[in-house]
Design a protein around this ligand. Structure first.
Ligand code: PLP
Length: 488
C-alpha cells in the first residue's frame, strides 16, 4: 500500500480520508515513519556542530516543483533531522523539563491529526469538546475544586499563565465596574500589582507585559534558600504596597519552580489572597502531577483555594508538546473574555452546545485532550504516581552522590526531580565550559542556570527509565569534566 502514498503525483491517495483504502495507506506511511526513526544516535544529542548542522538542514529542498516519494523524503529526514535532534529519552538528557513521551499519547497523536477536530466550536468537534470538558472536570476534581470549576486546554504553561493572569486582570477591573475587554485598562491600572516569588517563571512577567500592565507591575517576593516564597516577605510587601496606595490584583504562587522544584506555601498565600479579595493563581505547570501520588500530593495542600491553576501535561505527564490546561474554580469567569462572533459562537445553537472558543486565547485549536485521556486510561493513576515518585527518588539519589563529591556543592536539598549544584572552587565560566563541552560532544544535555545570582548546574530528571546507577554515572561525568576544565 505504501506504493500509492509513495507516488508523489498521486495526491488523491495522500488526502487522509477515513475509508479503508486511505487508512491502509496511512498505516503504511505511519510504519515507514517509525522505520525512519531507527538508527537515532545512541546519545542525548549528535555531536555535529551548529554551523555544520545548519548547512545539512538547509540542503533540504523545502518545496520543489515536483515532489518526491515519501520513502525518499523520510530517509532524508532520518539523516538530516531525526538523527541530529536531542533525545529526551536518553538518560543523559537532563537539562530541562523536557520529557520522553508515552506510547499511548504518541499513537493518539496520529488519530488527533487524522481526525483533525477543531476545538473552537462544537460544530467542528462535538465529542472532542465533550471529552475536553470531561477531562477538565476530572482535573478540577483532582485539584479539589467544586462543581462550578472547569478549564480549557492551552499550548503550554506560558499560555496557561497568560490566560490565568488575563482572568485576574479582568476580575480586578470588574470589581471596579470596568469591562476591561471592552474599554481597555482604566487609569487606576497604573497602580495594580501582581505579587509572586523571585523564583516564579518568567511567563508571569511576560503576561503582565502583554496585558498592558507592564513587567514593573510584577513584584518579586523573596524566597527561602530552598526556593519557596517567604510569607513574611510577602506580608511586608503587601503592607508597603497598601500604604503606598497600590492595589494587589493577584497573588501568584508556584507549585514546582523551574530550577529548584520548590512549592510555595499555597494555603498561606491563599489566606492572603482571600484577605485582599484578589485573584489567586497557582502555576502548577511542574508539580501539578504530584496530585496523582498519595505520597507527593499532600505537598500541594492549599491548591484547592486557587481561582486558577496551570497544569502542564507536556512536562511530568509525559505528553508530546503541546498539552497544558488552565483550570478555574468558577467557569463563569471565562465570560469576562468572551467576544461573540457571527460565524463561530452565536449563542443560538442546539441546547447543551459549548463553544470552547469562548474560553480560549486561540481560535482553531488541536484536540490535545485526546492523547491525555488515552494515556491516563491506559496507564492509570498508580503507574503514573510510581513514575513520578521514582524521579523524585532519583533527584534525592543525585543529591547524596553530589554531597559525597568534595568538588561539588548542592544549592538546595531537592524537593522534586531537579538537583541544582555548583563547584565551590570553580568560576561561572568553568561551569559554562563544563556544560558546553558536554553538549558539544553530545555526551550530556546538562542544565545551567543562576539561582539568586549564583551560577549553577542542574539535573532535571524526567526519564522514568533512568536508574540510580545512571545518576551516579552522570555525577561522575560532571566531576571528571570539571577536573579537565580546571586542568586546562
Ligand atoms: C513553573 C513553570 N511555569 C511555566 C512554564 C512554561 O511552560 P511552557 O514551556 O509549557 O510554556 C515553565 C517552563 O518550564 C515552568 O517551569
Amino acid at each position: 500500500m505504501l506504493g500509492s502514498v509513495n507516488e508523489p503525483s498521486n495526491w488523491r491517495d495522500l488526502v487522509v480520508a477515513l475509508d479503508d483504502r486511505h487508512l491502509d495507506a496511512l498505516a503504511s506511511a505511519a510504519a515507514a515513519t517509525i522505520e525512519s526513526l531507527r538508527g537515532s544516535p545512541d546519545a542525548p544529542r549528535s555531536a555535529v556542530p551548529p554551523t555544520t548542522l545548519r548547512d545539512l538542514v538547509r540542503a533540504v529542498a523545502v518545496c520543489p516543483d515536483d515532489g518526491s516519494d515519501l520513502t525518499t523524503v523520510l530517509a532524508e529526514f532520518a539523516t538530516t533531522v531525526w538523527r541530529h535532534g536531542v533525545v529526551p529519552s536518553d538518560v543523559a538528557c537532563v537539562a530541562h523539563l523536557h520529557p520522553p513521551t508515552l506510547v499511548p499519547a504518541v499513537a493518539t497523536e496520529l488519530a488527533i491529526a487524522a481526525t483533525n477536530q477543531s476545538m473552537d466550536s462544537w460544530d467542528q468537534a462535538p465529542a472532542a469538546t465533550e471529552l475536553e470538558l470531561h477531562l477538565m472536570g476530572w482535573l478540577a476534581d483532582l485539584i479539589g475544586f467544586g462543581p462550578s470549576a472547569s478549564g480549557v486546554m492551552t499550548s503550554g504553561g506560558t499560555a496557561s499563565n497568560l490566560l490565568g493572569v488575563t482572568l485576574a486582570r479582568s476580575a480586578a477591573a470588574a470589581q471596579s465596574g470596568v469591562d476591561v475587554a471592552q474599554s481597555g485598562l482604566p487609569a487606576e491600572a497604573a497602580g495594580w500589582r501582581i505579587l509572586t516569588s523571585d523564583q516564579a517563571h518568567f511567563s508571569i512577567q511576560r503576561a503582565a507585559a502583554q496585558l498592558g500592565l507592564g513587567r514593573d507591575a510584577v513584584v518579586a517576593i523573596a524566597s527561602s534558600p530552598s526556593g519557596s516564597l517567604d510569607v513574611a516577605a510577602l506580608d511586608e510587601t503587601i503592607e508597603r504596597l497598601t500604604r503606598d496606595g497600590a492595589r494587589v490584583i493577584a497573588l501568584v504562587a508556584t507549585a514546582g519552580t523551574t530550577d529548584l522544584g520548590a512549592i510555595d506555601p499555597l494555603g498561606e498565600v491563599a489566606a492572603r489572597a482571600r484577605r485582599l479579595g484578589c485573584w489567586f493563581h497557582v502555576d502548577a505547570a511542574v508539580a501539578g502531577a504530584f496530585l496523582l501520588s498519595d505520597t507527593l500530593g499532600g505537598r500541594l495542600t492549599g491548591i484547592e483555594f486557587a481561582d486558577s491553576v496551570t497544569i502542564d501535561f507536556h512536562k511530568l505527564w509525559w505528553q508530546p508538546f503541546n498539552a497544558s490546561a488552565l483550570v478555574v474554580r468558577d467557569a463563569s469567569q471565562f465570560d469576562l473574555l468572551r467576544v461573540p462572533s457571527d460565524y463561530l459562537d452565536r449563542g443560538d445553537e442546539l441546547e447543551g452546545v459549548v463553544n470552547l472558543v469562548g474560553r480560549s486565547l486561540d481560535t482553531s485549536r488541536r484536540f490535545d485532550a485526546a492523547k491525555v485521556v488515552v494515556t491516563l486510561r491506559t496507564l492509570g493513576r498508580r503507574a503514573l504516581a510510581e513514575m513520578l515518585e521514582h524521579l523524585v527518588d532519583l533527584a534525592a539519589h543525585a543529591a547524596s552522590a553530589i554531597d559525597n563529591e568534595p568538588t561539588l556543592s548542592l544549592l538546595a536539598t531537592p524537593t522534586a526531580m531537579m538537583c541544582v549544584f555548583d563547584a565551590p572552587d570553580a568560576s561561572a565560566d568553568d561551569l559554562r565550559e563544563v556544560q558546553q563541552r558536554l553538549l558539544a560532544r553530545g555526551e550530556m544535555v546538562l542544565g545551567r542556570t543562576r539561582i539568586k545570582g549564583r551560577a549553577a548546574l542542574k539535573f532535571t530528571f524526567m526519564n522514568p527509565l533512568a536508574t540510580a546507577a545512571d545518576v551516579e554515572r552522570l555525577v561522575r561525568v560532571v566531576v571528571d569534566e570539571l577536573g579537565a576544565v580546571r586542568a586546562s
